[in-house]
Design a protein around this ligand. Structure first.
Ligand SMILES: C[S@@+](CC[C@H](N)C(=O)[O-])C[C@H]1O[C@@H](n2cnc3c(N)ncnc32)[C@H](O)[C@@H]1O
Length: 270
């Protein structure tokens, strides 16, 4: 993973929350929240919470005396999330690296992480940290994207942006968000971290945007793909977004667009 892959800062939080979240993350947030709420938890830790889409779905389902600690590596994402959430005395916002959690052992009933583990430089360590802070019998609920070919717009954007930089194509989307989808590897990593019971559901959803340009702008400007494009030539960000727009429009039409997205939803215990 490139160092820039985990940098969600600058103008990324705003583009991420306003364009990326409605495009692909909101579709899974309700489902993630349901999996967490099914445990009727009194204490929940969320890691890699980003701009807070799961927090907005989950907080209303938790009890009045619940403790919900919402964390992310990048403070700008958390700031964005906290501002959108509004006051809620049950929620603590805290900057934290999921690989080195600043919490005591056996503190939480549930740990959840929506589309964050792909960014962990060492997943076994991240999973072991989640397990360490779980109470006995607690559950770890998380999601990862399936391979990029199962995720239409991400694939279109990656192929289109490659035409702008043919000798050094930016591969962020294939390498990181869509780079950890092998169920056998996920099971093995969870077992190495000590989890015994592992359930995995592969779930397809539909990604929708008002236009091909909105979808292209979300991927090119609201994710670390932007860092990768700008590192090559900041002056080509608009051209890359235009090429991605044309590619999505060619496959999915002018006007509102819809494409397939697919992810694995994992619940680990023990
Ligand atoms: C694709 S976003 C997902 C955000 C959110 N969970 C959602 O569903 O919209 C990935 C998030 O992982 C965070 N992240 C990356 N590395 C991390 C780490 N080591 N520990 C905690 N968070 C991390 C990033 O800051 C970013 O907010």
């Amino acid at each position: 993973m490139a160092e820039s892959d985990k940098v969600f800062a600058g103008s990324i939080p705003k583009f991420y929350d306003t364009l990326m979240v409605p495009l692909i993350f909101a579709a899974y947030a309700g489902h993630t929240a349901q999996r967490v709420a099914a445990a009727s938890p009194h204490s929940v830790l969320e890691t890699a919470a980003g701009s807070g889409v799961v927090a907005r779905a989950l907080a209303p389902t938790l009890g009045a005396d619940a403790r919900y600690v919402v964390t992310d590596l990048n403070q700008p994402m958390l700031d964005y999330a906290a501002a959108r959430q509004g006051r809620d005395a049950r929620i603590e916002w805290r900057q934290a690296d999921a690989l080195d959690l600043p919490f005591e052992d056996t503190s939480f009933d549930v740990v959840c992480c929506q589309f964050g583990v792909m960014f962990f430089p060492d997943r076994v360590t991240g999973y072991a940290e989640a397990r360490r802070v779980l109470k006995p019998g607690g559950r770890f609920v998380f999601t990862v994207w399936d391979r990029i070919e199962e995720n239409d717009f991400a694939d279109d954007v990656t192929n289109a942006v490659a035409t702008v930089f043919p000798h050094d194509p930016p591969r962020f989307l294939a390498r990181t968000p869509h780079g950890y989808h092998d169920i056998a590897v996920i099971r093995q990593d969870l077992r190495r971290a000590g989890f015994a019971e592992i359930g995995i559901e592969t779930r397809a959803e539909v990604s929708r945007a008002a236009s091909a340009r909105d979808a292209a702008t979300a991927y090119c400007q609201g994710t670390p793909l932007r860092n990768e494009i700008e590192a090559r030539d900041a002056g080509l960000l608009q051209l890359a977004t235009d090429r991605a727009t044309a590619a999505i429009a060619a496959r999915h039409g002018e006007g509102p667009v819809a494409g397939k997205i697919q992810a694995h939803v994992i619940v680990a215990t023990g």
